[in-house]
Unconditional design. Structure first.
Length: 94
């Protein structure tokens, strides 16, 4: 049952991510935005040991942003994907 709830949450998240919103000036909390990014990352990559790790360290007391949360999420996701591709092209450590 827990997996069904998790799947439903992911579907809701993806629907919100894909939806065009009028909220261009909404309050966005960075910690919540990063948590959404982590959920999408885990959904996309799964939890296998071979999956790339996403490590984020946020300082406490970050100010809230104003903007479109879905567009900000997309920008973060693009940055993380670019970083993933850059790291994947590096030679393996010995």
């Amino acid at each position: 049952m827990g997996e069904l709830r998790r799947a439903a949450e992911i579907v809701r998240e993806l629907k919100g991510y894909a939806r065009v919103e009028d909220g261009l000036n909404e309050v966005v909390r960075v910690d919540e935005l990063v948590e959404r990014l982590r959920r999408l990352w885990r959904w996309h990559h799964g939890s296998a040991e071979s999956s790339p790790r996403l490590e984020v360290q946020l300082p406490s007391g970050l100010p809230e942003l104003r903007g479109n949360g879905n567009q900000l999420l997309q920008a973060l996701l693009n940055l993380v994907r670019n970083a993933e591709q850059a790291v994947a092209s590096l030679p393996e450590e010995r």
